[in-house]
Design a protein around this ligand. Sequence first.
Ligand SMILES: Cc1ncc(COP(=O)(O)O)c(C=O)c1O
Length: 434
Amino acid sequence: MDDTSAPRPFSPSFDPLEGVQAGGPAGAIPFVYGHPDPDLLPVEKIIIATERALRARGRLALQYGPEQGYGPLLDYLIGKVERDEGLRITRANIMLCAGAAQGLDTAARLFTRPGDVVLVEAPSYHEAIATLRDHPVELRQVPMDGHGLVVEALAEQLEALSRAGRRVAFLYTIPTFQNPSGITMTAERREALVELAAEQGLLLVEDDVYRDLCYEGRVPPSLFELAGGQGVIRLGSFSKILAAGLRLGWIMAEPEVIRQIVSCGLKGNEGGANPFVAHVVAAFCQEGWLEPHIAQLVARYRTRRDALLAALGREMPDGVRWTRPSGGFFVWLTLPEPLEAEAVLAAATERGVIFTPGARFFAQASEGGGRRNLRLPFSFLSEAQMAEGVRILAEVIREQGSSEAQSSKLKAQSSKSKVQSPKETGDRPDHPTT
Ligand SMILES: Cc1ncc(COP(=O)(O)O)c(C=O)c1O
């Protein structure tokens, strides 16, 4: 029997299924995880909220719940969007789900047919791309620039797809503090997108999980709001603003869409998304604890973002560019030609720094997108780790830049020699020596 397939002896000190999804190789600086900072998880308050939920609701908190989700938590969310965004919705517009990830999967399950096209931004959140790939649809990408998705390019693509007789099920977009780019779609772009979608009957799935983590300025209105609540499925989550382990989020949509999701087989079967957790989160929110908690997250993550941007400004050589996100968790770095993120990753890993290279965030990676990009999250690492990580990355980039420069110099010299006649160089022009 092959040694590697033998079961590992049980060791109480090491159980990979006991830990959280965090860390990476021992000793490494993992610029990988878009996870909340573990120090900011409000453990004590969750303990109190759990006790309060159980004391107040007893066995009801431990039963199957209504398919739409626990009513008092829906009411809290309805109040929150009205307070924060001036957006008025009713219970008919909202339901709970087991995280935004499950909301996206539900949208794909119910609103696509085999062979449909689903459009995603280029780049887009790699795990969402993976979720969509679970469905028998074809993913096509729509370019972005510094202002978000390029609406003219989307219009052209819709036209081409329609000419080819393809049905487009929906566009999945992360307009606010995007993962991975950190870019926020401008209000003008949002209006243009909503207008085009309404004209073309294109369903929009708006992933809005970072909206509350805004470090400067104001977040433009959601696509859901701009569309008057029609033709948009908006996903929210407690993962980034409270705790990812809760697995609780929400879906906002027009009443017919909510009815359709609520009455699907899985919802009836599972009895609503995580009813017990919904009771605990409702108790937490009803105590008035969520707003100050978000304020604390914003202050901490703003400091982290500023520290990462300062480190990049201090360390990175000329020619390297990066985004300056006004919220969320991510900075998107672009290397100068001809450097490649995969080569930087290989060298950086040897020096203890890992990151997710850009190509992973492209649904049609074969088109070459992301080759020169690095996603750098700032939510999880300390300021000191980020400073050290950026110093090492800059060192690798500088070294690879100078060796590239060296080899292009050699190439230039050799091609110069190639234009000389074979007689002059002694070389055969079709067999260059370099
Ligand atoms: C854009 C985006 N959507 C969804 C998620 C996952 O959200 P949830 O934990 O609510 O499933 C993440 C997590 O990183 C994300 O970045």
